[in-house]
Every structure is written in structure tokens, then in C-alpha cells.
Write a protein that binds this ligand. Structure first.
Ligand code: SF4
Length: 136
């Protein structure tokens, strides 16, 4: 049983799930009530998804997120085309992608060198993130 629990823990999907119990039940057909073994969702009594214990977003939030992603890609593309190719890896919760990056030797990013800066990502909760996106 321990191995089974470990496997479930390791392979449980992360991210956001559409806040629709029908969709949740299609994604995890074994789920009755409680925590799903596959997706980050808790379905409580009366078939209600627990917002507090789940990682979910509404259809509107997903649409907002899609628009924001497209806008961000366009903004980044414009920056690159205008010559801005600064190396600015993210830094969040004391972690950076440089820790496991295979291109470290090529890009030569070194936070101790003048001009090399991380892009610090603030620790915001889901609502704060969506609020920020809405404002932009
Ligand atoms: S080592 Fe360089 S290429 Fe890799 S993540 Fe860090 S900044 Fe980006």
C-alpha cells in the first residue's frame, strides 16, 4: 500500500482544473467523494468542489489566463525583436531554473556579475494573481 500511495503522490497532476464537477468526474472516473488521486480537486457533499482544498479556476478565469498568456508572448516577442535579450531567470521561493538548467555553461548567468539580475516573482495567492491579471 505504501508503494501505491507513493506512486499516487508522485504522479498526481498539478496545476488548475476547471471548476466544474462534471469535468472533474470525466478527468477522474474513479472519484466518488473526497480527494482525487489524480487531479488536485476535493469533491465534497452534494457534489460540490471545495474551493479551499482544490486547485481550480472558473471558465472565465481560464479565458482570462489565455488572453494574458497570448498578450505576454506578444510583449516578449516585441522586446526580443527590439533587441532586448537580457537574461533574467525567475527567482521564487528561493528557487531558480538555473539550478537544473543544462545551458548554464553557455548563458554564463551569474547573479554576482554586474547587470545580471533575477526576475523576482512575488508569492501571491490565486485570487491576487487573477486580480493582477484583470488590472493589466
Ligand atoms: S542557467 Fe541561464 S539559460 Fe539556464 S535558466 Fe539560468 S539564466 Fe536561463
Amino acid at each position: 500500500m505504501e508503494l501505491e500511495d507513493e506512486i499516487k503522490k508522485r504522479f498526481k497532476m498539478k496545476g488548475l482544473v476547471l471548476a466544474d464537477v462534471k469535468v472533474v468526474r470525466m478527468m477522474d472516473k474513479t472519484l466518488e467523494n473526497g480527494y482525487s488521486d489524480m487531479i488536485p480537486v476535493y469533491v465534497g457533499k452534494e457534489d460540490k468542489i471545495s474551493e479551499k482544498s482544490s486547485s481550480i479556476a472558473t471558465k472565465e478565469q481560464f479565458e482570462l489566463l489565455q488572453k494574458y498568456i497570448v498578450k505576454t508572448i506578444k510583449d516578449i516577442s516585441k522586446e526580443i525583436l527590439s533587441g532586448n535579450i537580457d537574461i533574467k531567470p525567475y527567482y521564487k521561493d528561493k528557487k531558480t531554473p538555473c539550478e537544473y538548467c543544462e545551458y548554464k555553461a553557455i548563458c554564463q548567468f551569474d547573479k554576482n556579475k554586474f547587470g545580471n539580475e533575477y526576475k523576482y516573482v512575488p508569492d501571491l495567492n490565486k485570487e491576487e494573481i487573477f486580480e493582477k491579471i484583470r488590472k493589466e
